[in-house]
Design a protein around this ligand. Structure first.
Ligand SMILES: [Mg+2]
Length: 230
């Protein structure tokens, strides 16, 4: 198999929470700092949660957060995220091909993990709300590193340990993501990347950034299995 380990981004790749994460962030900065529109004009795609909080402090206070402030921010954000996701009538939208293609991948012996800017707990809340948490056994998270390339490298390392493939080279680990920053992070970690156009960026823009593979979405399980060599 060409890629025995696959690392999925979450937002825009597996699911769409319809802005739930952004609402939780906005409620967090409103409660803690009285700030409205703290993220006006800010692009969240591909950012890590720690990076988003760092940027919010720089934009609004022109300084870095303290460790205590970070703890308070993360705790408050997770509380609001859970509340928003469990709101009556709120539904997390699965993107095309999810979850239908995940079963065949798993059955073909592909080890499925995550490479996401979400905090580990935030990722678990979103995947559980979408009913797909059972597919992913390991990952690298926004709570591991603010730098997406570092958390992606860590996800690959955890995947190798999980799969017992200790010497698997980076070119045999595939990252699947929707944003330009997924491509940059995967390449920064020495991994290959499959870009999907289910987020904010189209095929021309993503294709110009040099992903090894590009699909409009993940609805064609056969196309995905062909790329994986499974
Ligand atoms: Mg994404």
């Amino acid at each position: 198999m060409r890629y025995p380990i696959v690392l999925f981004d979450i937002d825009g790749t597996l699911l769409d929470t319809s802005g739930t994460g952004i609402r939780a962030l906005n409620r967090m900065v409103l409660e803690l700092f009285g700030l409205k529109d703290a993220f006006e004009g800010y692009s969240f795609a591909g950012r890590t949660d720690l990076g988003i909080i760092r940027d919010a402090f720089q934009r609004n206070f022109q300084r870095h957060y303290t460790p205590e402030e970070l703890d308070t921010c993360l705790g408050t954000y997770l509380r609001y995220l859970e509340e928003e996701l469990s709101r009556p009538g709120h539904k997390v939208k699965l993107l095309p091909g999810i979850p239908d293609t995940l079963g065949p991948l798993r059955d073909a012996g592909v080890h499925l993990g995550l490479a996401t800017g979400n905090l580990r707990q935030g990722a678990a809340l979103k995947l559980k709300a979408a009913g797909i948490d059972q597919y992913f056994a390991f990952g690298g998270f926004g709570s591991d590193h603010e730098d997406r390339a570092l958390l992606t490298a860590l996800a690959a390392q955890r995947g190798r340990e999980h799969a017992g493939l200790h010497d698997l080279p980076g070119q045999s680990v595939l990252v699947i993501g929707d944003s330009p920053l997924d491509i940059k992070a995967a390449h920064g970690a020495g991994l290959h990347v499959l870009s999907v156009c289910t987020g904010w960026n189209g095929p021309e823009e993503l294709g110009s950034l040099g992903p090894e593979h590009l699909l409009v979405d993940l609805s064609n399980a056969r196309a995905l299995l062909d790329i994986l060599g499974a």
